[in-house]
Design a binder for this molecule. Structure first.
Ligand code: SAH
Length: 253
């Protein structure tokens, strides 16, 4: 039996940012499974069956992939960015843990991709040059008090913070609440970066401060980066400043 599941990271959008290994896994696939905008990024070809689905059915999607693979199909499960970062890889392993015993013997591989915060950081300069963390601001999969407790802890730890899933029509106020919390811990002039649709035609980048951040536009395609005490701006006439975070820290807090 040749079936298996490749969990493939498509990168932030531009096809040149897809790894060769990921491209090879997509070329070998007979079935393509994922959230429809990601499935749409993979060119159609003969012999490739596309199963696009809605965003909120991750574990069902994972079970579908494993069932197909167990019947001998070569399946690619696709995610934007990296599939292990707030995406499908964890859903597939959750389905394996709780699913058919035979699924543990399937060939399951993960093809990494460039995650949004790394693509955004590369556009800005080097804002993740010191210690940093990534948080999903979505309270779909965890209670909001857990989000704020984690955010407060990393704010106090002086980490640069990449916020994924900052806002959506169903979660309109959480980002503002996160900035309000940040303002109780960090200085008003702390750099805050909004990186939208990085490497796609509608890419937009804005560099502002914590004091001004609440008014800046953000949407589901935006990753927000909150600087730490070592984050610096290098201004440039008529252009977005370079942003970087010092690798060195002078003294203990
Ligand atoms: N697995 C993806 C993240 C999925 S969560 C990855 O590794 O990038 C979805 C969130 O990722 C979005 O709400 C947004 O915060 C961020 N995101 C994904 N693609 C992006 C892009 N091209 N530019 C900016 N942010 C992006």
């Amino acid at each position: 039996m040749t079936g298996g599941v490749a969990i493939v990271g498509l990168g932030p959008g531009d096809p040149t940012l897809l790894t060769e290994s990921a491209r090879n896994a997509l070329d070998r696939a007979q079935d393509l499974i994922g959230y429809f905008p990601y499935v749409a990024r993979v060119p159609e070809r003969e012999g490739l069956v596309r199963h696009a689905s809605d965003n909120r059915v991750e574990v069902d999607r994972a079970r579908h992939a494993l069932t197909l693979a167990a019947s001998g199909r070569r399946v690619a499960v696709v995610s934007g960015g990296d599939p292990g970062v707030f995406a499908m890889a964890a859903a597939v392993f959750e389905a394996v843990e709780h699913g058919e015993p035979g699924w543990r013997d399937l060939a399951i591989t993960v093809e990494p991709g460039i995650t949004a915060m790394l693509a955004a950081a590369a556009r800005l300069g080097a804002p993740l040059g010191g210690d940093f963390c990534a948080l999903s601001l979505s309270d779909n999969l965890k209670p909001w008090p857990v989000v704020t407790a984690r955010l407060e802890a990393v704010l106090r730890a002086d980490l640069v913070i990449a916020l994924y899933n900052p806002i959506s029509s169903a979660r309109p106020w959480q980002l503002g609440a996160a900035f309000a919390l940040a303002a109780t811990v960090r200085a008003p002039d702390t750099p805050v970066m909004f990186a939208r649709a990085i490497s796609r035609p509608d890419e937009a980048i804005r560099v502002t401060t914590l004091a001004e951040a609440a008014g800046a536009p953000a949407d589901m395609a935006t990753v927000v980066i909150i600087g730490a005490s070592g984050t610096r701006l290098i201004s440039r006439e008529g252009r977005t400043p370079f942003v970087y975070t010092l690798r060195s820290v002078a003294s203990a807090p």
